[in-house]
Ligand binder design. Structure first.
Ligand SMILES: [Zn+2]
Length: 293
């Protein structure tokens, strides 16, 4: 009787066991926002805040611990995280989230890339040799990425497949609805100078001219001569200069002073706690900064 009861209880426990949420690690807050949009009940760890340069992070023990138990790693990709993520993943000893496995997902691998096959290469210090990885500032590409992420989560957790797919569709529909307003705000915007080629997808999406970059090559700091040449080229025009919080403000301020242009400091990612709506508010912020030039 006792054995029967134990067996019965074990059976009940199995039956009543809660569906475990997917354990997801996202490298950036943009990727985290997308995870929350597609899988609001996922257990999520975001590895870096919006004030950090994903080209330049260090693998830390807290990251390795998060990666060890993850079902899914969501990266921006195209070698953006190559300086630290492969080392962190290797230390985590979790083969399920290594590249090529179902548990490894790259946003950049889901969409067409810009800056592919350019003249610069790694030997010149270019940190974008595989094409420009910063796809996360283009809401349309992010909507496509959400669809692919929903499909991947559906395979990893078939019990919630319909919900992942429906959430991804809803995010894509919201982006679609917001596009005309962003287009209207940016129509006729004079253009922007970026510190790094990190917002080129956003500028291209809305036909805003990229007037130059503070860095002569992605990842290479400017010389005084680079800045003087840029100022000479842009004198007499209107525009805005935008740099991330981790870029030195010296070059942007010098150029802004020379040209009489506004200088904006904007993170590439929304706050760590952002969901899909938080991501869209982040795009609003960028659009306002570019439109206000
Ligand atoms: Zn970059």
């Amino acid at each position: 009787m006792r054995r029967l009861l134990t067996g019965l209880l074990a059976g009940l426990a199995l039956f009543a066991a809660p569906v475990l949420a997917l354990d997801v690690v996202a490298t950036s807050p943009s990727m985290g926002a997308l995870v929350r949009a597609v899988a609001p009940s996922a257990q999520l760890t975001v590895l870096a805040g919006p004030d950090r340069d994903l080209h330049m992070l260090q693998a830390k023990p807290t990251m390795i611990r998060a990666l060890r138990s993850a079902d899914l790693l969501v990266a921006v990709g195209a070698e953006l995280e190559m300086g630290w993520l492969p080392a962190a993943s290797a230390s985590a000893a979790n083969p399920d989230i290594l590249p090529g496995r179902e548990g490894y997902f790259e946003a950049a691998a889901q969409v067409p890339l810009l800056d592919v096959g350019g003249p610069a290469d790694r030997a010149m210090g270019d940190v974008h040799p595989a094409g420009n990885p910063h796809v996360d500032l283009d809401p349309v590409r992010m909507a496509q990425v959400a669809g692919a992420l929903g499909a991947r989560m559906a395979r990893l957790d078939p019990g919630n497949a319909a919900s992942y797919r429906a959430n991804a569709r809803r995010f894509a529909e919201t982006v679609e609805q917001r596009l005309p307003q962003w287009q209207a705000q940016l129509a006729g915007a004079p253009g922007a100078v970026l510190y790094h080629r990190d917002a080129v997808y956003l500028l291209e999406r809305f036909d805003v001219p990229l007037l130059g970059t503070i860095e002569p090559v992605p990842g290479v700091p400017p010389s005084g001569r680079d800045l003087r040449e840029l100022a000479g080229k842009l004198r007499g025009r209107d525009g805005v200069i935008i740099h991330a919080p981790y870029h030195s403000p010296k070059g942007p301020r010098k150029l802004g002073g020379d040209l009489g242009w506004p200088v904006e400091t904007l993170p590439l990612s929304p706050p760590v706690s952002a969901d899909g709506d938080g991501y869209l508010r982040h795009i609003d912020r960028w659009v306002s900064a570019i439109a206000g030039a």
